[in-house]
Design a protein around this ligand. Structure first.
Ligand code: ADP
Ligand code: ZN
Ligand code: ZN
Length: 734
């Protein structure tokens, strides 16, 4: 027997299978992990296929050294998914496999946790101890008496309570047997003790649930306002899957994967839930993954990578907060979680539910046009009202002499809220960190003439740049609209906000949550718990506080610099701003007390704020989709970037030039299919001492063929001096 093996080395040149002899004593199955000789050492590999003969001469074939587990770690479905991802994203086999199999498992870094037990062999049970232990061997007799009475006992416990030498002696004499039992390291097992009963569904939950149930193999977009109770609908669907003997995958964005979420699922589904999360210990991850593989757990809950959970016979796949950018993998291996989910749902013939209060424009477009089924939940649980939003025009504050961070309105609302014993959240929008340039007197923002996206200020060159076309502009001294010299280019920091709040509320605790305060593993959770226990009056934070948290006493949300993401250099900046504002606003008034939102902006008439204030997602969508159609941005095009990086600037340049010249041959033959195509230095020219250059294209027609062509061309000019990647609709163009 011959096995085709993929070796665990990430290298373009070994992206193929190698034939190995299978020793006759070895029982192998496709998908098993093996150890094979490669070069001068033994390395790990995976059996892709078993076959009768090899094209290689017998004396050239090496033999598999051993198998590493008793079971296959790659299921049949994953083999099929691997082909799909290889084709679609042009990934190396081993890079796909590394997504499927947790890193803890590879390279023998983690092993099963085994606990050893000892017991009296059958032939000595019920026999007088005198017959096999001398009267003088007191220690040994004690061990035997104990085991006779208590049965199999952990070895460690015996060694501790009795003489370890005596135990050893009895084992050596075959009076005692030793057996090992695997112990699974299960995270959050303590919370599983609490039990969560199903709730009576509200009428909009009921309607949504029955639509989803009525179909077997569809993709749904569940558009439900914040607090409409989407989670309960998800859990009903998961419950149905389990009842039918199937499994389920539940994805949430990494950032909202909090203990709160685990508790909800553990309490409802108990040990059926396995959690896949980067915060677990290596042993826990390894065990949770294997519990799913062997069917001991059937509900996988996790962030993006949990879409590769090794569950079989899936009954439903759920992607919560489907608009979240963390579902797109932006580094190697690059893939789109939603496309992988669609593929797995098709394979299993099950439903895929993508839920959000603020769906991405693309998803909603597909829902409106029938590719997805649209299901809507327009009311909050218990008919609670959505918070009321006040928009403050910051140019007026500035004109009135208020130079502070907070508007007069936000300050007075803060006093009312905190002095009234309630809690407030102050949100600072820091998406992207790139600085746009704005006039403080009239709100004018510098934009690219060609691309209609905000320009980014590059301090090192004192220039403004467009991240979409590479155009450069000189920095403004005065506003071209109103001639005011008050040009703003910095931003407010969370620290500054905290200081101001401490001045306003002496003696009250102000919490801060941002990248700086959440460096350690549990700091995230500790800050949220402190706020939830009402120890602090105000929580100041960035994007991290926008999602999923339920604080019943929060009655005020302040959004300090809403425009930050509005003027981010991205065609999705309006969409992202709408999403962020809606998500943060959703934190206010979740319980009995009504909520208020104060939003500060220099562009008070921007349609994003108008629609967000009235909670009119559809109105926003209509406006936005028309703009996208006009400007030929997704979903009316695909943005493709070929990114070339190298430590040597010239190598990057030469490689990109070849790709570009070749691609332009194609572009010129299909002019109508391209809204744009050009090559340039990347906006961030160097990262980790690698020079970055790129080609950008916006494809409006013949998309599949054009994308495939660009992949082909990039593959053709790949070389060992430069790294080349193709990115489709990337979140980030820096
Ligand atoms: P969403 O994800 O849609 O914003 P959640 O699923 O977080 O909303 O639900 C909001 C709150 O309502 C949660 O505290 C949840 O426990 C509660 N809830 C959900 N459904 C019901 C129901 N049918 N009856 C009572 N409370 C519910
Ligand atoms: Zn101006
Ligand atoms: Zn431009």
């Amino acid at each position: 027997m011959i096995a085709e093996v993929i070796v665990d080395i990430s290298n373009g040149e070994v992206d193929r299978v190698f034939d190995y002899n299978v020793p006759s004593a070895l029982v192998l199955k496709r998908g098993m992990r093996v150890s094979v000789p490669f070069g001068r050492r033994n390395i790990e590999g995976y059996v892709m296929k078993l076959k009768e003969s090899s094209d290689l001469p017998a004396d050239k074939l090496k033999s598999i050294y051993s198998s590493l587990d008793e079971y296959a770690v790659i299921t049949e479905e994953m083999f099929s998914l691997m082909s799909f991802m290889r084709e679609k994203y042009r990934l190396r086999i081993i890079d796909v496999l590394r997504l499927f199999i947790p890193s803890q498992m590879r390279g023998g870094r983690v092993r099963e946790l085994k606990k050893q037990y000892v017991g009296l062999r059958d032939e000595f049970v019920g026999v007088d101890v005198d017959e096999y232990v001398k009267k003088s061997a007191h220690a040994q007799r004690d061990v035997c008496f104990y085991l006779m009475e208590n049965g199999e006992t952990p070895l460690a416990e015996m060694n501790e309570n009795f003489s370890a030498a005596a135990v050893r002696n009895l084992i050596a004499r075959d009076v005692l047997y030793v057996t090992s039992v695997e112990i699974k390291r299960t995270p959050y097992s303590s919370v599983a003790e609490s039990i969560d009963e199903e709730r009576e569904l509200t009428s909009s939950q009921k309607a949504a649930y029955s639509v989803v149930r009525s179909e077997k193999n569809s993709t749904f977009l569940l558009h439900g306002v914040t607090g409409s109770g989407k989670t309960e609908v998800y859990m009903r669907c998961i419950s149905d899957a389990l009842t039918a003997g199937k499994s389920a995958i539940m994805l949430v964005p990494e950032i909202s994967l909090t203990p709160q979420v685990f508790k909800v699922f553990k309490a409802r589904f108990g040990d059926e839930v396995a959690i896949l999360h980067s915060g677990l210990s290596a042993g826990e991850r390894f065990d949770e993954w294997r519990r799913l593989l062997c069917g001991e757990a059937r509900v996988a809950v996790g962030a993006r990578s949990a879409i590769f959970a090794p569950v079989k016979d899936i009954g439903v796949i759920i992607i919560d907060e489907e608009h979240d950018s963390s579902y797109v993998s932006e580094s190697n291996p690059r893939y789109q979680t939603c496309e992988v989910a669609v593929r797995r749902a098709e394979y299993n013939g099950c439903n895929l539910i993508m839920g959000s209060a603020t769906p991405s424009i693309e998803s909603y477009y597909y829902a409106v046009n029938g590719r997805y089924r649209l299901v809507e939940m327009n009311t909050r649980v218990n008919e609670r009202a959505l918070p009321k939003m006040h928009i403050v025009d910051m140019t007026k504050e500035y004109a009135a002499g208020n130079n502070g961070i907070f508007s007069r309105r936000l300050e007075s609302e803060l006093y009312d809220c905190v002095n009234g014993g309630n809690q407030a959240i102050i949100f600072l929008n820091r998406r992207g960190y790139s600085s746009y340039v704005m006039c403080r007197s009239c709100g004018y923002v510098a934009k690219c003439e060609r691309c209609d996206v905000s320009l980014v200020y590059h301090k090192d060159e004192d220039m403004l740049k467009c991240h979409y076309c590479g155009n450069r502009y000189s920095m403004l001294d005065v506003c071209p609209m109103c001639k005011s010299p008050h040009i703003k280019r910095g931003f407010v920091g969370t620290q500054q906000l905290v200081e101001r709040l401490e001045e306003m509320f002496p003696g009250k605790e102000i919490l801060r949550m941002d990248n700086d305060t959440t460096q350690t593993k549990d700091s995230h959770v500790r800050i949220l718990e402190r706020f939830a226990s009402k120890k602090a009056s105000v929580l100041v934070g960035t994007q991290m506080i926008a999602k999923g948290h339920d604080f019943p006493d929060v009655t005020l949300v302040g959004i300090v610099d809403a425009d930050m993401s509005l003027h981010f250099n991205d065609y999705r900046s309006s969409e992202r701003t709408y999403q962020l504002i809606t998500q943060v606003s959703g934190r206010a008034g979740r319980d009995a007390k009504a909520g208020k939102v104060v939003l500060q902006t220099y562009s008070p008439n921007h349609y994003v704020y108008r629609f967000a204030a009235s909670g009119d997602y559809k109105g926003f969508y209509e406006k936005e989709i028309n703009l996208r159609e006009l400007t030929k941005y997704p979903p009316f095009s695909k943005i493709v970037r070929v990114l070339v990086t190298s430590e040597n600037e010239n190598d990057a340049f030469e490689t990109l030039k070849k790709i570009y010249d070749d691609a332009m041959n194609y572009v010129n033959l299909h002019r109508d299919d391209f809204a744009y195509a050009a090559a340039m230095k990347s906006p961030v020219k160097r990262i980790q001492s690698k020079f970055r250059m790129q080609m950008l294209a916006r494809i409006t027609g013949g998309t599949e063929k054009a994308v495939s062509k660009i992949y082909d061309i990039t593959d053709k000019y790949k070389n060992n001096k430069a790294t080349c990647f193709v990115e489709i609709n990337p979140n980030n163009l820096s």
